[in-house]
Design a protein around this ligand. Structure first.
Ligand SMILES: Cc1cc2nc3c(=O)[nH]c(=O)nc-3n(C[C@H](O)[C@H](O)[C@H](O)COP(=O)(O)OP(=O)(O)OC[C@H]3O[C@@H](n4cnc5c(N)ncnc54)[C@H](O)[C@@H]3O)c2cc1C
Length: 326
């Protein structure tokens, strides 16, 4: 009776924390090089002798509740959560640490992108996306249950070949896109209040965050373009977007291009939730198909964690019932 999870972000990891505590057999498939999903920190090496730069280019911070801390008491290390500004929190030493804590030492297969789910109720297989050197796609399974945690449009694609009672509900979820600019500047006297039509209020300096590795002579910034600007420029090349966003940042900081030590952009097609489902998760215990993600509640990282925890509880219960029926 094995459970497969697609995605090692906040929702998937929270679900794992429950499955592990209930003794369930599970494994996680994640397409990226590391866990975290949109709770991510990029490391840039080899640019200056002082060392690496770090950018929290996904969620810069998140809200959190005492209730979540209590629910995750067995998983969270005491050094991971740090209070930040205006009732928000960050994870330390980098954002993915929250996800790593919840995953624990579970079975996580990195750099495996699942293309589709196939099979039938209680006997599911995950088909990997075919790689250039593969003759035929690799399949994983069978699994009694599958938990999908990818953003809704990607989840819909994973389910395209099978019937699933809640599949149509995924189309109700909408996301904001976001182009995020990362820039390290060799100037440290930069004011902290700005007014820009391109950037959201989200201009974040790594140096302002507790517990981050920083340089004495440089400041690393992440500036998120507004959903409107990001949508209008979504399909533009990264080079063109970088040029425009950097120009805006330098004009806000009243600095010249020569001050920029490193810069890059990242496009998030699905960043924050614009329209949520309004329920904590989607599930069909008979079929063994579950959906947990931020799109369910629409309250960012905390909502994703809540969705994952609830799914883990529901799933553990349905596995227990199946076991006792056998
Ligand atoms: C720029 C930006 C700013 C944000 N600001 C905030 C904020 O201020 N506060 C806040 O609370 N939240 C914020 N968020 C949102 C927050 O990061 C997300 O709500 C949360 O991290 C979502 O977690 P999740 O587990 O639902 O999804 P994800 O983190 O997206 O996890 C899904 C995982 O599934 C993997 N995956 C997808 N498809 C496949 C596949 N086919 N095969 C294998 N793996 C797959 C992905 O690689 C990913 O790791 C922000 C996000 C961004 C990008």
């Amino acid at each position: 009776m094995k459970v497969a999870l697609i995605g090692a972000g906040a929702a998937g990891a929270a679900c794992v924390s429950v499955l592990r505590s209930r003794g369930a057999d599970f494994c996680v498939y994640e397409k990226s090089r590391g866990p975290g999903g949109r709770l991510s920190t990029r490391r840039v090496s080899g640019v200056v002798p002082e060392g690496d730069f770090y950018y929290d280019h996904g969620a810069p911070y998140f809200s959190w509740s005492q209730k979540l801390t209590a629910q995750l008491a067995e998983s969270l290390q005491s050094s991971t959560l740090h209070p930040f500004k205006k009732d928000t929190w960050i994870a330390s030493p980098s954002m993915p640490q929250l996800v790593k804590d919840m995953l624990g030492r579970g079975e996580v297969h990195l750099q495996i992108e699942i293309d589709a789910i196939e099979g039938r109720a209680g006997e599911w297989f995950l088909r990997e996306k075919i790689k250039p050197h593969d003759m035929s796609p690799v399949k994983h399974g069978p699994f009694t249950a599958v938990v999908i945690t990818a953003p809704a449009p990607q989840a819909q694609s994973l389910l395209r070949e099978i019937n699933c009672s809640w599949k149509s509900q995924l189309s109700l979820i909408e996301y904001n896109p976001c182009w995020a600019l990362m820039a390290t500047i060799n100037e440290i006297q930069i004011p902290r209040s700005f007014s820009s039509t391109i950037f959201a209020s989200q201009l974040n300096c790594q140096q302002d965050k507790p517990g981050r590795i920083v340089h004495k002579s440089n400041q690393s910034w992440v500036a998120q373009a507004t959903p409107e600007w990001s949508r209008a420029h979504l399909e533009e090349s990264a080079e063109l977007v970088l040029e425009q966003l950097l120009k805006e940042l330098l004009s806000l900081f009243e600095l010249k291009k020569e001050c920029v030590v490193h810069s890059a952009v990242h496009r998030w097609r699905y960043s924050t939730v614009a329209k949520a489902l309004g329920q904590v998760a989607l599930s069909d215990p008979q079929q063994g198909l579950f959906y947990a993600a931020d799109g369910c509640l629409g309250t960012g990282v905390a909502g994703a964690v809540e969705s994952g925890l609830k799914t883990g509880e529901g799933l553990s219960l349905s596995l227990k019932t199946r076991n006792s029926d056998l």
